[in-house]
Design a protein. Structure first.
Length: 326
């Protein structure tokens, strides 16, 4: 008598893995990194190297001597954290501050929760917000001699005037300047000041296309963030084009809000998640004390992900039929 042997699932392996997806993200970040190096030069390279190196070293030391876990550097997650943290920093930030931010990102934002897959908040944003709160002057000081997409504030970030702290969005909404003062093409290709990842929206979109083609992420979070931000920018009397291209909105929507661990599991939950990030970002930009609100918006919505997952969980296979027969 023949016996049917059934093995445990999964029966078919797709060939996908954590390592493969993480390295896809690294590849997608390369165009934006190239634009940052082209715009800011050697200082941007040093910031990136120190950020990445400090993240790798911090994760190895914590895993080896505190958590007593095998080395996990090969999965690429610490490398991504280092790159994203660097993308959120000015190119002239003192390197010792960069190292501190990296240690906080890995040590507090990631490894204190148990490592990859256990963290509540995006680690790179934890490091960025820590530095912004601890060293606000250094985090809002930009290099001089960089081409500005805004003709009226040479050497100032497109989201923040380094001398007065006034946001360019405020100037635009008050009628002091108009969109004629901005060169949208320059903003798209990286000819403006700001943090490393705030420049080069076109390069970030190339990375987004790669992530979508390789099915590393889906469109739900980035599209809902950008659509929501554009909608509420218009509703609050701002300029959607400026809000989308200026600051870290594009970077946050594509590379940080889409983090697997800190974003909702279902597509409907992701749409709500992205919608709220866009709304909160515009509210902070228009009414808050900080000229940029993307980091705070993402971290705030990271905190609500468990609640979103609870109310937007996928239907259990066979649940509908079970209820009908009950």
């Amino acid at each position: 008598m023949n016996k049917l042997t059934i093995s445990l699932s999964p029966h078919i392996h797709s060939g996908d893995s954590i390592n493969r997806r993480m390295w896809n993200v690294v590849i997608a970040l390369l165009p934006a990194l190239a634009v940052a190096l082209w715009t800011f030069g050697l200082p941007a390279l040093w910031v990136t190297l120190v950020s990445v190196g400090s993240c790798l070293l911090a994760e190895w030391l914590i895993a080896r001597f505190l958590l007593h876990k095998p080395c996990t550097l090969s999965n690429g997650s610490a490398l991504i954290t280092g790159l994203l943290l660097a993308f959120n920093l000015p190119s002239i930030l003192p390197l010792w501050m960069v190292a501190i931010g990296a240690i906080v990102a890995i040590g507090i934002g990631k490894m204190s929760f148990g490592g990859l897959g256990c963290n509540i908040w995006n680690p790179a944003l934890v490091g960025r917000v820590f530095l912004l709160i601890s060293f606000p002057a250094a985090m809002t000081t930009w290099p001089t001699g960089v081409s500005s997409a805004f003709n009226g504030f040479t050497g100032a970030s497109t989201q923040s005037d380094a001398d007065t702290g006034a946001t360019l969005l405020t100037h635009l909404n008050s009628g002091d300047v108009s969109m004629a003062d901005y060169n949208v093409l320059d903003m798209a290709i990286g000819q403006m000041n700001g943090s490393l990842g705030e420049v080069g929206a076109f390069a970030i979109l190339i990375g987004l296309a790669y992530l979508l083609i390789t099915r590393t992420i889906t469109w739900h979070i980035p599209v809902s963030i950008l659509a929501s931000a554009a909608l509420f920018s218009w509703a609050f009397g701002g300029n959607p084009v400026l809000d989308l291209l200026a600051g870290g909105l594009m970077l946050g929507a594509v590379f940080m809000a889409t983090d697997y661990v800190t974003s909702p599991m279902t597509h409907s939950g992701q749409l709500l998640f992205g919608f709220m990030i866009g709304l909160i970002t515009i509210i902070i930009r228009k009414y808050g004390a900080y000229p940029e609100g993307v980091s705070f918006a993402i971290l705030l919505m990271n905190s609500f992900v468990p609640l979103i997952n609870r109310y937007f969980r996928p239907a259990i296979f066979g649940e509908k039929e079970r209820r009908q027969t009950a």
